[in-house]
Design a protein around this ligand. Sequence first.
Ligand code: GDP
Length: 923
Amino acid sequence: MSEVTVKQLASTVGIPVERLLTQLKDAGISAGDADSKLTEQEKVQLLAYLRRSHGKDEGEADGGPGQVTIKRKSVSELRVPQAAAPRSNTPNSRPAPAARGGGKTVSVEVRRKRTYVKRADEPATGTTPAPRRQSNDRSRAGRERAAATSAVIDESRRRAALEAMRAEQEARRLAEQEEQERRAREEEARLEEERRQAAEARRRAEEEARQQAEREAAERQARGVTEEPSAEATAEAGEAETETPARRAEAAKPKKAAKKAAEPVEKEKEKEKDRPAKKVVRKETAPVRVRDIAVAGRGEYEDIDGPGGGRGPRRRKKSSKPQLQDKHAFQKPTAPVVREVEIPEAITVAELANRMSVKASVVVKELFKQGMMVTINQNLDRDTAILVVEEMGHKAVVADERDAEGTLLDEMQEQEGQFEALPRPPVVTIMGHVDHGKTSLLDYIRRTRVASGEAGGITQHIGAYHVETDKGTVSFLDTPGHAAFSAMRARGAKVTDIVILVVAADDGVMPQTVEAIHHARAAGVPLIVAINKMDKPEANPDKVMQELTQYEVLTEEWGGDTMMVKVSAKAGLGIDELLDAILLQAEVLELKAPVEGPARGAIVESSLDKGRGPVATVLVQSGTLKRGDIIVSGGEYGRVRAMFDESGSPVESAGPSIPVQVLGLSGTPNAGDDVITVSDERRAREVAEFRAARSRQNRFDEQRGVSLDQLFTQLKDGEQKAVNLILKADVQGSLEALRESLLKLTNDEVKVAIVASGVGGITESDANLAVTSNAILLGFNVRADAAARRVVEEKGLDLRYYSIIYELIDEVKQAISGLLSPIVTEEIIGLAEVRDVFRSSKFGAVAGCMVVEGVIKRNNPIRVLRNNVVVYEGALESLRRFKDDVAEVKHGMECGIGVKNYNDVQPGDQIEVFERTEKARVL
Ligand code: GDP
């Protein structure tokens, strides 16, 4: 390109056209306007002028050894204020002063230096073109050189400008980015502030609304207005009352007052809306108090959007979009999340961690810091759990004690209500004075009315059975007397509908007859009197009726409301009439229960069977208990593995008032404990564990009470003595009855304390406990095992066996009262182990035995023990050694034993032979 216009040159060089024109003019070149063309020559002329004007003459320029050095320095400053940054390309241009304090200036300086060396073969002529007046021919070569130089200058300038531009752009980009970040931060801080204000305003508004509601309520009350409060006011008051932190985080939309208070916030939001979209930062920063970050976060966001009615959703949509693009979408919660953690009585480490939304290891660590080594599955007590929760900055809330249990019971009741209640059989308990014939009466009914399932007519002792008659079904509870009845009543499991009071016609009203009347009255259960032993010649039923009137029990015959039936358990007299009376009474009571639906019931009895595990007799009270159901009973739970009726035959289901023996529970519940069907096993376990923990605590308190009492006693009153007892029994029912009766024996002089009690044989640990607590071991229908007996012997412990409740109680009572007269006691003289059982046509079952202790005597009374529990008491039919009848067999010898009237001897059973001897009683 040989010719350029002034304008082109100006833009290449990077100076304004006017300036170039002035320079051209000064250089003596006539260029009229921006469009006039410049020749090469003129360009060189201009260059020479410029050099001169910058203080370099031709000589100097030529003084160098034929080289040209070009230097260029360009400085640009970037001013990046709030609005679009004004940019300046002009070198050395002064930046505009910062409009606001927040502006930013970036200086960019570009330096270029280039040297062109003339080639050696070229004549060393001045690079500066001659002035115009020099002759044309003389400087032809020079002109060419000048043109080349000029092109080089152009080129280098262009490059320099380009580089500068790039650098500028880069700097600008960086600055912009920085600016954006800064703005985002500012925006965020501002929003946070706004939110805080909004929350504050809302809180104030809510507070106002609440106060308003309260005031109104108070006014209404004061006025005693009877009209209904307005719906709005009710809603407001209701909301204000039920306010919770979670609710507070929710939108305060429906509240008028809140809306008013939130108006300034609204305006703020309008402004915010006008801002560029990119300014919208994520709003879901954590509010100060949240229960759940996900839910509350959203709520907070919507809240900020305000009660915008129709506009709400649109705006939400708009502002939610940029979140995705925004690099700063995630906001670390500005305040720690405080959770409300529910703490039940006991909680595992894992569950506690779960409730705080932290890893279990964090909780373990926390506990470790406090000096506790725990595993994930370990249970923490409530106090420890609360400590951990608070240590970790959360809020501990004590869970409702009855939560699991209470909701279960509520549900149960609700479900029961859904099914139609139908008439159900009555449940009867027989009570009366000792030896008046309770057992005989029950036995007679069982023998004659219960369909026996097993060969030999041996019915299982399951503590209850039902009798089918033409007129209906009756269920009998065969529990040990009135003590068990009161124990069951005390637990609130009122299972008995009718009490049969047995009074011997030859004996009349006795102390326990009176007690039974009181028990029945206290429980609100109607009485039917069975005047027994009517077969006896000395029977005097009128005397009985007469005596009963003293206790306000008046027979119908004499115009009263109590049915009295004359019976004989021995002769089987009047049993039908008694059953009729029971059914009549049941009709009057209108006993009803739903047959459909989940079962609810009560434990009549429970024991631990070596082969079958815990065995419990359940009396179904409503619904139907089925095999496979999951049940909770007291502190135990489990799936019903199998069910048996009183005759030992397996059954699939049991309806209301029907007793069944249940296998599959985790342990032996107490007599009187309720039985509830639960839908799932986890819940069953939860409820059972909760109850077990509670009863453990109660027991602990009880024991502590005893020892404290003792200490107190010893300190205060040297006179009073304490009798410590360890009580073991065959079934839970007996145990409960004994416990209650024994504890009642405490009098002014002696305190009775039961250190331990349980179902099953007396074990070594029981014996050891007796040593440490200085207690007397009492076994009711149970025996001590070999290890326990060793301890008893070594330590000289007092071990007593009983098979009659009243005997045990009387003995303890007499001992306490100091009436230690010599009485007849039992002494076990021999023990044989059954190795095998043979059936013989002549003798029935004959047990092949080995005498393991003492001596077996033919004419002494015996007991059959199974797993150290008495299963039969009676006498021997035969005692043989090698086909010879013998009077006794000594220790270490084998023998054949036939038990009188008992054919159920099994291998592994033990047969103990005892002697009633007279012995001075010591206690
Ligand atoms: P419990 O202590 O109330 O259970 O009384 P039992 O059922 O053990 O009976 C005590 C005694 O009375 C036993 O010897 C029975 O044989 C006897 N007995 C029970 N009922 C009758 C009856 O109706 N007539 C006669 N003669 N004796 C009876």
